[in-house]
Design a binder for this molecule. Structure first.
Ligand code: ADP
Length: 529
């Protein structure tokens, strides 16, 4: 009797030990392995498994002992039926007979089996099945001990699952941060860098391993701050000082000095994270490269001043000539009247043209496309007429037309193509201020016809060649600054050519003149016919 009591005490000690060991573990597969190992040891079992419900509630085997892999498929099917019985609390006889068939089906040497639902309160969290090759009695006390072990195991499994989920969330969050296109930096309450993602490495030139642990100010090195100041805000009590609900973030914008000495325009939004007591625990800083945005803004500003200038010049000329003609104290000869009215008319045309370009550009921007009114167009004739017109404005230039006799017509929007030719010709004149030859020619090959405009002017660098077709882009040089223009001409020319399914390109080198060529298909796309 004493010996039996001693055995029971030892069994409980063992159970307590093992339960402690299991609850201390946070790795789910390790918890399951230990639970299974302890159950087999307690029951003297040879085979066993632990099944847990997946997210859809379906039980799946998560740990096995003594079951060969080739039996697993069959086992999964039977498990469904088994778990339904056990978790639904079917009577002992039914469960027992099913269980025996189940376990014998898995391994014919097994003669006795135990199924223990792992419960957390009323909720089944898993199922433990153990089979053994001998038949032995189990007292109600034994069963109770086993059941309480299974319930402890359920708690351990639950903890491990929670930890796994948190760990997954943490990894998912870390991956999002790591791969975010924006720079992300995590700071602790002392403003030391605790997190630094890849985009930030690219933006600042700092490697995460070098930046981590440094004070924020050492890595975020401002050359010029346009708005916001993190240190000052913190001195003023940010974020606790902001008591009203809503956005507590702080925005700082300016130019940063990268580690390699280059500068970069950035906007940084600092978002504070508070702990349960309302103290600052960390700050998530989001950095965005606003260089392009700044450039676009600058381009827009240059554009506005260029347009204003372009509008002012003809208006001043019109006003001046009209005011002169209106003078009551002078009798103007018919020649003067004709000449001055001619200037007024020309300048009005210039204004109309400019307004037309502005409208087309803004429509293009808003609608993303362009409507074409097609008819048969002779590009060689268009070019000839354009050259005639421009000749009068450019006495220092020589013009040459080179079109083959059999130059094919295209089916296109005549007005818009005239705009393209006018723009290329006026640029050729504007950007060859010392005069020279301007050659306009055409070629037809296969299914396409092309037109080129060649000058002997200032030419273009490779870098500028890549950008001149952008909206508002003007080459930053003394000549462009002296020359009237809005940076819209080539943008519109490309839009028009592309609307015709054509292409436009430039071949040039600084000081070597430029050749602009556009090519249009001879057979227009069906949709436009
Ligand atoms: P803009 O109104 O400034 O002339 P464009 O869009 O027509 O605008 O041209 C954009 C820029 O491309 C010009 O500012 C000029 O610097 C450059 N460019 C255009 N055509 C030529 C050319 N034939 N030779 C050299 N540079 C040119």
């Amino acid at each position: 009797m004493l010996a039996l009591l001693d055995f029971r005490v030892r069994q409980r000690d063992f159970l307590l030990e093992i339960t402690k060991a299991i609850t201390a573990q946070l790795d789910l597969s390790e918890v399951l392995r230990r639970v299974l190992y302890a159950s087999l040891a307690m029951l003297g079992g040879q085979i066993g498994l632990v099944a847990l419900p997946d997210s859809s509630g379906q039980y799946r085997v998560r740990a096995v002992e003594g079951i060969p892999p080739e039996r697993m498929g069959e086992l999964t099917d039977r498990l469904v039926e088994m778990t339904e019985l056990v978790t639904a609390g079917a009577d002992f006889e039914t469960v027992d007979s099913h269980l025996r068939t189940f376990i014998a089906g898995v391994d014919a040497r097994m003669v006795q089996a135990f199924a223990l639902p792992m419960m957390m309160g009323d909720e089944p969290r898993g199922l433990l099945i153990v089979g053994r090759s001998f038949r032995g009695g189990a007292t109600p006390d034994d069963v109770q001990v086993l059941q309480s072990f299974a319930d402890q195991a359920a708690i351990a499994v639950n903890n491990a699952q929670l930890y796994e989920r948190i760990d997954q969330e943490r990894r998912r969050f870390a991956a999002i941060v790591q791969h975010s296109a924006d720079g992300v930096m995590v700071l602790d309450a002392q403003l030391q860098i605790r997190g630094f993602n890849r985009a930030l490495e690219r933006m600042t030139g700092w490697r995460a391993q070098d930046a981590l642990g440094l004070p924020e100010g050492e890595v975020i090195n401002w050359k010029r701050v346009e708005r916001g100041d993190l240190t000052k805000a913190i001195d003023d009590g940010w974020p606790a000082a902001i008591t009203e609900p809503g956005d507590k973030t702080l925005y700082v914008e300016g130019d940063l000095v990268r580690r390699d000495g280059l500068t970069l325009s950035v906007g940084i939004r600092y978002a504070p994270l508070m702990d349960a007591e309302g103290n600052l625990s960390s700050i998530i800083a989001n950095l965005r490269d606003i260089t392009n945005f700044r450039q676009a803004q600058e381009m827009q500003n240059t554009f506005i001043s260029a347009v204003s200038h372009e509008l002012k010049t003809p208006v001043a000329l019109i006003k001046g000539h009209a005011a002169t003609l209106r003078r009551d104290d002078v009798e103007w000869t018919p020649n003067i009247v004709r000449e001055y009215s001619g200037v007024i008319e020309e300048e009005s045309d210039r204004l109309t043209e400019l307004i037309e370009s502005l409208l087309t550009a803004s429509k293009l921007q808003a609608e993303g496309g362009m409507r074409l009114y097609r008819s048969e167009v002779r590009l060689d004739h268009l070019a000839e007429r354009a050259v005639e017109r421009f000749k009068q404005q450019a006495p220092r230039h020589k013009f040459k037309l080179i079109f083959p006799k059999q130059y094919p017509p295209v089916f296109a929007d005549e007005g818009k193509l005239r705009q393209v030719l006018d723009n290329l010709l006026s640029n050729a004149i504007k950007y060859s201020p010392d005069g020279g030859l301007i050659e306009v020619g055409g070629q037809a090959a296969g299914d396409a016809a092309s037109v080129y405009v060649r000058d002997q002017g200032v030419g273009l660098s490779d870098l500028d060649q890549d950008r001149i077709f952008e909206r508002f882009y003007r080459v930053d040089g003394a000549l462009s600054r002296r020359t009237a223009g809005t940076g819209l001409g080539l943008y519109l020319a490309r839009a028009i050519v592309e609307a015709h399914s054509g292409t436009i390109s430039v071949v040039s080198a600084p000081g070597k003149g430029a050749t602009f060529t556009f090519t249009l298909p001879l057979t227009p796309p069906r949709a436009a016919e």
